[in-house]
Design a protein around this ligand. Structure first.
Ligand code: ADP
Length: 294
């Protein structure tokens, strides 16, 4: 059985403390709640694909440390094929996040000497994949992964969150460029998503720019359009983009029609905003279908 979606990129671990206020120097405070779970755009997207009932794989780095072991278990428990995960002794990127009641966050990230993986680290899955989703955070690993996917005729998607070496190399090599508003502004040099869409579409067969609660705009060849976001009571928008990209790749893998695919990914992204944290916010297929049924 082929994989539906192979997600290539970043995996991390998050410790999210809910606190009454951010502590001052030498102050000790107690957290009201703690959320400890895996994170990273590509890893979150892989979990999304799995929750939507499809077969996902993940290719990226997780250390043999406590957080890497735990995250690997989480991926395996979700039913994700982890045979393309590269292990090592450099630390699993870890974030300690302090969230106040008003949603404002203070964040400490630690990744020690962990660096992007080299191209030869790519462990090709045992089967083919219908779609490959890149988050751009493993620029060198993405090169053989893209070549591998292309030999299988896989659809290719880039989640372009911000402009850096990884997203720049992939952006015009993939079939679907799904960019954030931030990426579009960085690439164009000004904050004008419509103009960025037109310019990007001159060099890409399919471009989507997501605009958070304002939905998205898209262009595919001569066709273009926009889709508003599904109205939800947003509690925490962390991970909405990752879930949108995972559902978008899932839609491609299952051959959804274009308008249906955009609605599917948007519904999944919106649902993620209704719960605290990215991982706990990832919806099931039944939940997405319920939103779509209105
Ligand atoms: P990114 O985190 O990659 O910048 P966005 O914030 O643009 O991603 O969100 C991706 C998609 O998720 C949006 O196009 C929209 O469909 C959905 N989404 C994001 N925020 C909200 C929100 N507050 N309400 C409803 N849907 C949302």
């Amino acid at each position: 059985m082929p994989l539906d979606v192979l997600c290539v990129g970043h995996a991390s671990f998050d410790l999210v403390f809910t606190v009454p206020h951010h502590p001052a120097a030498d102050e000790k405070i107690f957290a009201d709640a703690l959320l400890a779970c895996g994170g990273g755009p590509a890893a979150n997207a892989a979990v999304t694909v799995a929750r939507l009932g499809l077969k996902a794989g993940f290719a990226g780095y997780l250390a043999t440390d406590l957080y890497g072991e735990r995250h690997l278990e989480e991926l395996a428990e979700a039913g994700i094929d982890t045979r393309s995960v590269v292990r090592g002794t450099s630390p699993t990127p870890l974030s300690a996040v302090l969230v106040k009641p008003d949603g404002r966050r203070a964040l400490v990230n630690y990744k020690g000497d962990t660096r992007p993986l080299p191209p030869q680290a790519f462990l090709a899955p045992a089967t083919s994949a219908r779609c490959i989703l890149f988050d751009g955070h493993e620029p060198e690993l993405s090169k053989p992964a893209l070549a591998w996917g292309q030999t299988h005729g896989a659809a290719t998607v880039l989640d372009a969150g911000s402009l850096h070496a990884g997203t720049e190399w992939l952006m015009f090599r993939v079939g679907h460029l799904v960019a954030s508003e931030k990426f579009a502004a960085q690439w164009l040099g000004e904050d004008d998503p419509e103009q960025a869409l037109t310019a990007l579409a001159e060099r890409s067969p399919c471009v989507v720019i997501t605009l958070g609660e304002r939905g998205l705009i898209w262009r595919r060849g001569a066709e273009s359009g926009r889709l508003p976001a599904f109205p939800v009571e947003a509690v925490d928008t962390t991970g909405a983009g990752d879930v949108f990209h995972g559902a978008y790749a899932a839609g491609l893998a299952t051959g959804m029609d274009w308008p249906e695919l955009l609605r599917y990914a948007s519904a999944a992204g919106a649902l993620c905003c209704t719960r605290l944290g990215a991982r706990p916010g990832i919806p099931s297929r039944a939940e997405v279908e319920q939103v779509l049924a209105g």
